[in-house]
Design a protein around this ligand. Structure first.
Ligand SMILES: [Zn+2]
Length: 481
């Protein structure tokens, strides 16, 4: 094994001896198997040959020693430092694609722009994990039909596989991978290599389906001072747009950050629906900021607000009791109003991400359906979606009609070590003794609230818990002008 490596590095025994301080004679004995070297000597020689960690482990094992370099799992505590750095770089490269790959071009991590880009051309779900980037490009069922200058691009990619092999070594797996790629029809990496874009100092990747033409070049980053197998072998590849059209496509499509326009959306899922069980078990990034719109690169509040109003077309808020006997109230109100969609459908994008809904009604479910608990929700709804109608519903046989505010204050103090809630809540909102009064009170409370838009109609409805019938009791129409 050592002799083969020495040959690969083009070193004579003498020059390797000078390099490592191990005598030429000793080297010769080691190579011929006449001497079993000490572990220390073996590692000195491996250093001199610039062997990658994985191969050093094999060398040690062959000589009867334990391997030196751990194959630490991605989740190992010590690996978190590297993992977080890579996650940060992936995130910072949004809205442009970036991936982390292992030694054999298997994608270990990817940012959301990558998924979106590839899914714009192929159905990624059909590709088994780990997804191999080279197979994804070379397989005729993959991205290859969308690469217009395939002969040149594939030749350049195969050159990269050789050039970027860890420590310049084509290990067996990489050679096997190359053989698999060459076995795809129409792959010829001996093709004369001409620059496809003479105006560029890089070889661009172009993806085109006639409608779109996206062009990128890549920067590759490696860990500077690795001490374990993974970090030595991982590479971060960041794809950057070459032209404005590509930049614009990503600016428009990026999304976790910006919800896509509704016409671009794919599927509707009828509600009620539940998330697949494994979704609750998926380990994602440990950093929840991935899920915060304002923490996304390219975040722009006005644009996002506009996108929200399209993605979720809420126009009304319904406030009703959390009593489980009356959970059909929102459906009943939608029917009563006639112009509302509830529960509607969840809209999925091509990745299966939940990016919108057809529902027009937001619901606020609180004790007795009292407006006091819902005003903030109306304000947020108005800000994000634009609210035209606010509906308060109180229902027959509501638990809140079984006590008075005074009794609750007194009993609460008695039962909770004298806790005083007499001034904690608006006394008029605590219980219900008369439905016409409670509905009038709530409609007036909403109308007087500065966070409830003047242009909204406010309705107070009575719901019969047993028959499901709704009766309009109070209406406070929009204030115009
Ligand atoms: Zn109730």
């Amino acid at each position: 094994m050592l002799k083969a490596w020495r040959g690969m590095r083009g070193l004579s025994q003498l020059s390797l001896s000078l390099e490592t301080g191990v005598s030429q004679k000793h080297l010769s004995f080691i190579e011929s198997g006449r001497t079993v070297p000490s572990r220390q000597t073996l590692m000195a020689v491996a250093d001199g040959l610039d062997m990658p960690f994985r191969e050093r482990n094999e060398l040690l094992l062959a000589a009867g020693y334990a391997p030196q370099f751990a194959e630490e799992s991605w989740d190992a505590a010590g690996m978190a430092v590297v993992r977080h750095a890579l996650e940060r770089m992936l995130r910072q490269h949004e809205p442009y694609p970036a991936v982390v790959m292992d030694r054999w071009w298997n994608v270990v991590m990817a940012n959301s722009a990558t998924t979106r880009l590839f899914n714009a051309f192929v159905d990624l779900d059909r590709w088994p994990r780990p997804r191999n980037l080279l197979h994804l490009f070379f397989d005729p069922a993959g991205l290859r039909p969308f690469v217009p200058d395939w002969p040149r691009f594939s030749a350049a990619l195969l050159q990269r596989v050789r050039r970027e092999a860890v420590a310049g070594v084509m290990d067996e797996e990489t050679q096997a991978l190359l053989a698999q790629l060459r076995a795809y029809p129409g792959v010829d990496d001996t093709a004369a290599f001409e620059p496809s874009a003479p105006d560029l100092p890089v070889i661009p990747l172009t993806l085109s389906d006639g409608e779109r033409r996206l062009r990128y070049f890549s920067l590759v980053t490696t860990v500077g001072t690795p001490r374990a197998l993974g970090p030595e072998e991982w590479r971060l590849e960041c794809m950057s747009p070459v032209d404005e059209a590509t930049e614009a496509w990503h600016a428009a499509v990026i999304p976790g950050a910006l919800l896509p326009p509704r016409r671009a959306l794919h599927r509707l899922v009828s509600t009620p629906n539940t998330l697949p069980v494994e979704a609750t078990m998926t380990r994602t990034s440990s950093r929840f900021s991935d899920y915060v719109f304002s923490a996304q690169p390219g975040y722009d509040e006005p644009t996002l607000r506009e996108a929200f109003s399209h993605a979720v077309p809420l126009t009304s808020v319904v406030i009703y009791c959390y009593d489980p006997r009356v959970r059909e109230i929102p459906q009943a109100v939608a029917k009563f109003l006639g112009n509302q969609v509830y529960p509607g459908d969840v809209i999925l994008d091509a990745n299966g991400s939940r990016v919108g809904s057809t529902t027009t009604m937001g619901t606020v479910s609180v004790a007795a359906g009292r407006a006091v608990d819902a005003i903030r929700s109306v304000t947020v709804g108005e800000y994000l979606f634009g609210i035209e109608t606010v509906v308060v519903v109180h229902h027959s046989n509501c638990g809140a009609t079984s006590y008075t505010a005074d009794r609750m204050v007194a009993n609460y103090a008695h039962e909770h070590d004298g806790a005083d809630i007499s001034n904690a809540y608006d006394a008029g909102s605590v219980s219900i003794s008369d439905y016409e009064d409670s509905l009038a009170y709530d409609v007036a409370l909403l109308r007087a609230a500065p966070g409830v838009p003047k242009h909204a109609d406010i309705l107070g409805l009575f719901y019969n818990t047993d028959t499901g019938e709704l009766t309009e009791v109070v209406r406070n129409p929009a204030v115009h002008g």
